[in-house]
Write a protein that binds this ligand. Sequence first.
Ligand code: F6P
Length: 327
Amino acid sequence: MMKKEIEKIGVFTSGGDAPGMNAAIRAVVRTAFHHRKEVFGIRRGYRGMIEGEFQKMGPRSVSNIIQRGGTILKTARSEEFFTKEGREKAYQSLKSHSIDALAAIGGDGTFRGALEFFEEFGIPAVGVPATIDNDLYGTDFTIGFDTAVNTALQSVDRIRDTAQSHDRIFLVEVMGRQAGFIGLAVGVSGGAEHILIPETKSDLDALCEEVRSWARKQKGSRIIIVSEGDELGGAAEIGRKIAEKMGIDYRVCVLGHTQRGGAPTAQDRILASLLGSVAVEALLDGETNVMVGEASRKVVRTPLRETWEKKKAIDERIVQLCGVLSG
Ligand code: F6P
């Protein structure tokens, strides 16, 4: 591996925000300071990189943020960066601040941008996985996932109270346009009767049959967790489809962006602190185009491209478990 001396690191958050991004920014800034390197925060992700929204950061600029949700650097989804002209502008902005490496905190869109940018302009980048969806290969968990699951779970527990009181069926929609990690985790930990996620086949007739069986079993509350990306549709649509077939009374609750906010859990803060720090160390080691992650309690580095090209498998044991435990 060719070693390149890094002096100024640019750190940014991009794509959907995730609780723990601030803890990751803090870890990047303070680890860089520890190694006597300079850090510039780039506001609003790639959009800010293009527009030159840079701020010099030091240990005090990241005080009092480890516990805060969202991202102090703000985030954006930039169309312009996905054009050659946009990337050229971003490169010129970085050059004018002598920024020679990037710590990119985000999900697959963030990493795709970083890789393309490196291939064109040679600015080394290391990715820090932060998305509530947990859909990146190369890390057991992404920063923000644990918090999002716990936030959704609190709501499901509350819904269970009212569902039980009225003997009602609830369809609760959680985030995950393409991935069911949140749905599965919330479903199992919330004792859901059924979980619909994009990774498994969803069958309306089979679901209706199951709904009938709950009546026979005299179940009170019945909760169906729906990942927003399920093939049968969102919670409202699926509720309508079941009602058309069987005329049930039901309620829908879409948890939406509540899952993205809030103070990060201890687990997310620890993961963010670890990965933010090792991202800087990876850059200083001369590493580029890798994401740092944690797998089986070990820090691992995975080529950026693999993080989205390889698919992280859902845990089949947990899928089976839900069927058994909803009995
Ligand atoms: O952060 C990931 C994610 O939460 C997806 O699960 C969801 O579909 C998407 O972002 C929605 O994000 P936005 O409203 O920012 O487009």
